[in-house]
Design a protein around this ligand. Structure first.
Ligand SMILES: Nc1nc2c(ncn2[C@@H]2O[C@H](COP(=O)(O)OP(=O)(O)O)[C@@H](O)[C@H]2O)c(=O)[nH]1
Ligand SMILES: [Mg+2]
Length: 257
């Protein structure tokens, strides 16, 4: 029997999760890899793809707002917890496809999935062994040295909360200049370079904090490779796919052609 790999796209609001879900799906379909998309955002509007499994079939943000007289933020929190109550149905629905890959597009705001118990519960319930996180660092927040450190901290937080293999992605890399891209790549690979870049920033409490945080990050040994992706020409998708294959199949490819 087939056993699916669950790939969770996680990142701050607007970091490109839904877009990358779509890019990945199209790339995989071109290569005849069986893939299913799952939308976990009950408030999603205008998704760039048609999800195969959609939390909006069970939970509607609008209905929760009306029923419980909540604003959009309160309703999002209520929905995040309610998703966990529907996990069993979601699992059945995913299993009915008998697929190889399940692309999980998580709710807009990262904290709804990462910091609340429901997110961890969903990952564990669906498949504790064959789940991997694609963490999206937003290009706009990662292009200064201290911004990069704060994004790394969120990535580590995600890893700490969900405790699954994790690939770090630099999303919307097509929007960075060549110089910015080189900086970010260097910082991700050479902690010393990042340290240097921070010490060149204006002296401030923020800079001091960045230096302290950087030491913690290094203590975790989390200076892993950052894979740039962009929505044109499937930029970076093959590299991410290869990482996943290495993690679960020892490099054996599921592609049929
Ligand atoms: N240039 C560029 N824009 C992107 C890319 N990925 C997403 N976007 C844009 O960024 C915005 C937010 O993307 P979305 O996928 O909805 O983010 P999400 O909130 O994380 O799901 C949209 O306007 C996308 O068109 C990318 O790789 N390159
Ligand atoms: Mg989205």
């Amino acid at each position: 029997m087939k056993e699916e790999i669950f790939l969770y796209f996680i990142g701050t609001a607007g970091s490109g999760k839904s877009t990358l879900t779509n890019t990945f799906k199209r790339w995989m379909e071109l290569r005849s890899v069986d893939v299913v998309t799952v939308n976990l955002d009950p408030g999603a509007e205008n998704l760039p793809y048609e999800p195969d499994v959609d939390i909006r079939d069970w939970i509607s943000l609008k209905e929760i707002m009306d029923t419980y007289e909540l604003g959009p933020n309160g309703a999002q929190i209520a929905c995040a917890d309610m998703i966990a109550l529907n996990t069993s149905d979601i699992k059945k629905s995913i299993e009915s496809f008998k697929t190889d890959y399940v692309l999980m597009d998580t709710p807009g705001q990262l904290e709804l999935f990462v910091f609340r118990e429901a997110g961890k519960y969903i990952v564990e319930f669906l498949n504790p062994q064959r789940s991997i996180i694609a963490y999206l660092l937003d290009h706009a927040l990662a292009k200064t040295a201290s911004g990069f450190v704060s994004q790394q901290l969120l990535s580590i937080n995600t890893s700490f909360r969900l405790n699954k293999p994790q690939i770090n992605i630099l999303s919307k890399a097509d929007m960075l200049s060549k110089q910015e891209m080189e900086n970010v790549q260097r910082w991700s690979e050479e902690p010393e370079e990042l340290y240097q870049a921070i010490s060149k920033e204006e002296p401030s409490i923020y800079r001091e904090m960045s230096e302290g945080i950087l030491q913690i990050i290094q203590g975790f040994g989390k200076n892993t490779r950052l894979i740039p992706t962009g929505k044109e020409k499937y930029m970076g998708v093959e590299d991410v796919y290869t990482e996943i294959q290495l993690q679960f199949e020892g490099g054996e490819d599921l592609m049929k052609d």
